[in-house]
Design a protein around this ligand. Structure first.
Ligand SMILES: Cc1ncc(COP(=O)(O)O)c(C=O)c1O
Length: 442
């Protein structure tokens, strides 16, 4: 039996309608920016394997880091015990995180990093004698993960609809979605007026609001929405002014993806809480961090044991994952990865700009190592079908046929490669996208 036959018999895949979806790609090997299938195909990984991979697949240094660590300690409980990889990683992260984020709490994926952040924010206020501050303010088009808390703070969507009865109420405000401006303004002349929605919500929320949660600079799964940095700065200022915590979900944006080590750096802001995962381990192993300021941490220090943060996972701070994260930080520093992403950004800007002329391309956006095209059926009206738009499933096989793995988010086609991709490969991808959009997109 082939791998596909065995898979079809027993396995249930994520985000997959098992009745109608095409068979999964039978991947047998990864090397650099490429994935290799059982039936002999070579595919360029244009989505960094769900946005996690930065240094390429099967990197010798990362492989070695895991192998070495496995020889001494593969895992140990992290409540009441510690180990060198976790402490080393905390030290390294605090050294590169926005100044002031000085305490590291480990978990094991992006959703748990967000769950931890939300729980910390709510308990922070309870521990400070303000238990009424329980509400989270989040943005329209937000995506923060698939566990129940992370779904609650994500925007209502086809992803969350079936579970609406389980979700806690969240206040939602405008993001700076300039292509579809919620205020019907133009970026060239606006004053980031969409921030007024957050300001009003924070004013009216009074002492009910615990924190504002954002994906800084790049709202990923909600449609690769890229922000003017002024909005991020405005969020930070409003949180200070209204005395609420700011949580930055940098699960996607961390570790250079937007051109800075962390997206918060685009506006030189330090959030009170930051969430990291995905590229933290260069896409090797599940690991997450929720890092906080000293002020947040100190609110949990008490002789009263009920003020403890009662949260943990079996695989919290897994040593193998910490070891590979440390090796990834070495590669980021040694390889001057931020300069690489800056070059990639320039190439993407130049290469994607002409695609804006295509009749199907409503908006072309680039930030750091991410390029996105919002596809529309009518440029004048900007009509599009959102996540369930049929264009996505039509484009996917057309790219695969050419040896390129891209997975459109409905009507938003994006390219987010591992940083090790070469300039020639980027040019090839851009040509491929142009050809496919002309052919399939009309
Ligand atoms: C911004 C953001 N937060 C959280 C998550 C959830 O991460 P995970 O899939 O590791 O649970 C994602 C995943 O795409 C994300 O993009």
């Amino acid at each position: 039996m082939s791998l596909l036959d065995r898979d079809r018999a027993l396995v249930w895949h994520p985000y997959t309608q098992m009745k109608t979806a095409p068979p999964p790609l039978p991947i047998v090997r990864g090397q650099g920016a490429y994935l290799y299938t059982e039936d002999g195909r070579k595919l360029l990984d244009g989505i960094s394997s769900w946005w996690v991979n930065i240094h390429g697949h099967s990197h010798p240094r990362l492989n070695q880091a895991i192998a070495e660590q496995a020889k001494t300690l593969e895992h140990v409980i992290f409540a009441g015990a510690t180990h060198e990889p976790a402490v080393d990683l905390a030290e390294r992260l605090v050294g590169v995180l926005p100044a002031g984020l000085t305490r590291v709490f480990y978990s094991d994926n992006g959703s748990t990093a967000v769950e931890v952040a939300v729980k910390l924010a709510v308990q922070y206020w309870r521990n400070q004698g303000q238990p009424s501050r329980q509400r989270i303010v989040a943005l329209h088009h937000a995506y923060h993960g698939d566990t129940v808390g992370a779904m609650s703070v994500s925007d209502d969507s086809v992803f969350t609809k079936a579970f609406s009865s389980l979700l806690f109420p969240v206040d939602r405000v405008h993001p700076p979605y300039c292509y579809r401006c919620p205020m019907n303004l133009r970026r060239e002349t606006c004053g980031i007026d969409c921030l007024g929605d957050l300001d009003n919500r924070l004013k009216s929320g009074g002492d009910q609001i615990a924190a504002v949660l954002v994906e800084p600079m790049l709202q990923g799964a909600g449609g690769m929405i890229m922000w003017p940095r002024e909005f991020l700065d405005g969020v930070r200022q409003l949180c200070y002014r209204h005395g609420v915590l700011m949580i930055a979900d940098e699960v996607l944006t961390g570790f250079g993806r937007t051109g800075r080590m962390f997206a918060c750096e685009h506006a030189s802001v330090t959030p009170d809480i930051i969430c990291l995962s995905k590229a933290l381990t260069a896409g090797y192993l599940p690991l997450a961090v929720t890092a906080v300021t000293n002020a947040v941490y100190e609110a949990f220090l008490s002789d009263d044991r009920s003020k403890t943060f009662f949260h943990g996972h079996s695989f919290t701070a897994n040593p193998l994952a910490c070891a590979v994260a440390l090796a990834s930080l070495d590669l980021i520093e040694e390889g001057d990865v931020l300069a690489r992403v800056a070059r990639l950004e320039r190439q993407l800007r130049e290469g994607f700009a002409p695609l804006a002329q295509l009749p199907i391309a409503g908006d072309v956006r680039v930030l750091g190592g991410v390029a996105a095209i919002e596809l529309v059926s009518d440029k004048a009206t900007k009509d599009a079908g959102g996540y369930l738009d049929q264009i996505g499933p039509r484009l996917y096989p057309a790219f695969l046929e050419r040896g390129l793995l891209l997975r459109p988010l409905g009507n938003v086609l994006y390219f987010m490669p591992p940083y090790v991709i070469t300039d020639a490969e980027v040019d090839w991808v851009i040509r491929c996208i142009g050809d496919v959009l002309k052919e399939v997109g009309g």
